[in-house]
Design a protein around this ligand. Structure first.
Ligand SMILES: O=c1ccn([C@H]2C[C@H](O)[C@@H](CO)O2)c(=O)[nH]1
Ligand SMILES: [Zn+2]
Length: 155
């Protein structure tokens, strides 16, 4: 799958906007995620923590649950950012959650906090550089919905 430079810029900006709404009084670790649907709609998500820590929902899953529960189930790309000057990668639970809904070759952009669209490929010193990967790249040899399709009569 490919991403136009325009949509790439849109999801990166949207991930930074999504980060503004992070509710993270316990970790103070803000995360913003932005999906673009197959029809070009942007869906944002932020991490939402809970006093019962295990109830926390990551930014990536917030975005996916928002989209899917509103009827959007086809996606073209995901961008994730934090306040850290290194590209941060989705946790294991989110990888499996992404795998449920997104094509294996869908682009995923891990955007460092110091990214600027003035230098879309990073600065000369290597800072601000996005890591671009895919669903398959983050979760190789994955288990997915298709694996539950048992052959006729196998039950
Ligand atoms: O992929 C990740 C990893 C962590 N977090 C959130 C969960 C928690 O609020 C905070 C620290 O783990 O970051 C995300 O939103 N996405
Ligand atoms: Zn996660």
């Amino acid at each position: 799958m490919s991403l136009t430079p325009h949509d790439r810029a849109r999801i990166i900006q949207s991930a930074f906007q999504a980060r503004e709404s992070a509710y993270c009084p316990y970790s103070n670790f803000r995360v913003g995620a932005a999906l673009i649907s197959a029809s070009g709609e942007i869906i944002k998500g932020a991490n939402v923590e809970n006093a019962s820590y295990g109830g926390t929902i990551c930014a990536e899953r917030t975005a996916l649950v928002k989209a899917v529960s509103e009827g959007t189930k086809s996606f073209a790309a995901l961008a994730v950012t934090t306040d850290v000057k290194a590209p941060i990668s989705p946790c294991g639970i989110c990888r499996q959650f992404i795998r449920e809904f997104c094509p294996l070759d869908m682009p995923i952009l891990l955007v460092p906090a110091d990214y600027t669209d003035e230098f879309p490929d990073g600065r000369e010193d290597g800072s601000g550089k996005i890591i671009q990967t895919t669903v398959e790249g983050l979760l190789p040899l994955s288990f997915g919905p298709g694996d539950l399709e048992l052959p006729r009569g196998a039950q």
